[in-house]
Write a protein that binds this ligand. Structure first.
Ligand SMILES: [Zn+2]
Length: 204
């Protein structure tokens, strides 16, 4: 059932990194990361209904990058280009009009933010949003404490209004409380938090 919570002619939806490796069973699984999938599907349905621009970022690393532990970074190998783990979660319903933002290709940088990524035409997300005269971004996806947070903070820095789909994000929480701290940081920077009302089944 559509939630019809999203609105605004100059708004776009950004779904961050809902890839197999970030979901249970993946190389760098966010605990219950796949719970965001049905929630984001509803938001995607809304966005499509409103004719909004839809972006989906993907982490897309070379096999050798300073982002990975064995080359001096923080993480086990994940979302390596053209591997199974780098694929979008199979249950996420991205419309065919979705603009994929590819990031994390630079072996010298972690590439957390979607604003470091490029469209298939080679444009930055910032340039693409400006070309479409967008001024507001709804953001959901994985992980709250890394790619979602950095994308949100970059969007705010670039002057966009940002609404975080709070029921459509999940965090890694390497240190307990990281997601909560990330949420506070995004809010302090000016992001609005929203959750769509759920369809609830009343007890009989
Ligand atoms: Zn990564």
């Amino acid at each position: 059932m559509p939630t019809n919570e999203l609105a605004g002619d100059r708004s776009a939806l950004l779904v961050v990194d809902v890839q197999r490796d970030f979901c249970p069973g993946g190389a760098l699984a966010v605990p219950s990361g796949d719970r965001v999938v049905p929630v984001l599907n509803r938001y995607l349905g809304d966005a499509l209904e409103h004719g909004m621009t839809i972006y989906a970022s993907r982490d897309w690393h070379p096999p050798i990058t300073r982002h990975f532990k064995q080359y001096g970074g923080e993480w086990p190998p994940h979302c390596v280009q053209d591997t199974e783990g780098a694929r979008v979660h199979p249950d996420l319903h991205l419309p065919s009009s979705t603009i994929v933002i590819t990031k994390g290709q630079d072996p010298e940088r972690p590439g957390y933010s979607a604003f470091e990524g490029r469209t298939p035409d080679g444009k930055t997300l910032l340039a693409d949003m400006r070309d479409r005269n967008l001024d507001h971004l709804y953001v959901g996806g994985l992980a709250t404490d890394y790619c979602v947070k950095q994308s949100v903070l970059d969007a705010i820095r670039q002057g966009f209004k940002v609404t975080v789909l709070h029921d459509g994000i999940a965090g890694v929480d390497v240190r307990p409380g990281d997601s909560e701290r990330a949420t506070a940081e995004m809010r302090d920077a000016g992001a609005v938090m929203m959750s769509a009302p759920r369809d609830e089944t009343l007890p009989a």
